[in-house]
Design a protein around this ligand. Structure first.
Ligand code: MN
Length: 325
């Protein structure tokens, strides 16, 4: 398929580059480093080769979210956003941007999102899970009351918010002890991000802001497979759910969430996601440079879905959500 749009596609700046080290074998680092730092050459060539019209770019992880000092985090986010805006301006039909935000300063993050959308022309934000704030051992999730103003601004701007994975801190990762292979994209990313998304759903956030749109990568971090059980366990007890949200969580999953194929190129999993949220809420992505564009595109272009759904997932859903047309 020609004209595909991808929206979980990353780059790094000098200050954040090393956050991406250690996930893969050291022997692959020179290649990953050059992929992360390239904006206009290898990236565009990969897109041209595999029918991608546009990448909507975001900073690597955990980057800003792992800087406990709010001022330093804000300065770095601003620097990364300004860099991205300059790169996007060179090829706006091929590259677009999502804002990096220092959630360590909720009001500052809201202001930076406004600046990125209104002045830099960015299409939304991408945040890497919880933030460390002040204390390096803190993990502040986005359902925290301090983010009420931020979410109101996000809804007012009418831009989507990509909730991207990061690893839990060692203090919260006892279950992985002795099994470091489970960290990162193998398992811990999905687990961490799925729970974070459930916290948002249960918090009442989407009762206060019914128009907010959250994007999850990796075909929903396992949630399509689990949402029915989340809402229907022990149904015989007829016990009301013990959380602030007014509706069953599956209601918000279908109304306030979108999923991308980033890093999860599996037809069986895609079809399950389509059955749970519908083809209107799923979008193609690769997770470049951590995954290959060819692995994503060759799979997607041939996978057994209807051509109408391929067009929606490959392009038109993203055009609509990000107002690209
Ligand atoms: Mn990613």
């Amino acid at each position: 398929m020609q004209g595909k749009i991808g929206l979980e596609e990353h780059f790094a700046i000098d200050d954040t580059l090393h956050d991406s080290k250690g996930f893969l074998a050291d022997s692959t680092w020179p290649e990953l480093e050059s992929r992360l730092m390239d904006m206009q050459e290898r990236r565009i060539a990969e897109m041209d080769r595999h029918g991608m019209q546009t990448m909507i770019l975001s900073l690597n992880a955990p980057a800003i979210q792992s800087i406990p000092d709010a001022k330093r985090a804000s300065d770095m986010a601003r620097r990364a956003n300004d860099f991205l805006a300059r790169e996007v301006a060179k090829r706006p039909s091929r590259l677009q941007g999502l804002a990096a935000l220092a959630m360590q300063d909720p009001d500052g993050a809201a202001r930076e999102l406004v600046r990125c959308v209104k002045e830099l022309g960015f299409r939304g934000a991408l945040v890497n899970g919880f933030s460390q704030i002040g204390d390096p051992n803190s993990m502040v999730y986005l359902d925290d009351a301090r983010y009420r103003g931020f979410w109101a601004e996000c809804e007012r701007l009418d831009v989507p918010f990509y909730l991207h994975p990061r690893n839990p801190l060692p203090s919260a990762a006892q279950i992985y002890e002795g099994h470091p292979w489970l960290l990162g994209p193998t398992w811990a990313f999905g687990q961490e991000t799925a729970v974070h998304a459930l916290r948002l759903m249960a918090s009442g956030l989407f009762d206060r802001h019914p128009k907010l749109q959250i994007i999850l990568g990796h075909l929903g971090e396992g949630l399509p497979y689990s949402m029915w059980r989340v809402d229907n366990r022990n149904a015989w007890t007829k016990a009301p759910p013990r959380y602030p949200a007014k509706e069953k969580l599956g209601f918000y999953f279908q109304r306030n969430f979108h999923l991308t194929t980033a890093g999860n190129f599996r037809t069986q999993t895609l079809i399950d996601a389509i059955l749970e949220v519908g083809a209107d809420r799923i979008m193609f992505s690769t997770d470049w440079p951590f995954e290959n564009v060819d692995h994503a595109a060759i799979w997607f272009d041939a996978c057994s879905i209807s051509e109408a759904d391929r067009l929606k997932i490959g392009r038109t859903n993203a055009e609509r959500l990000f107002k690209l047309a």
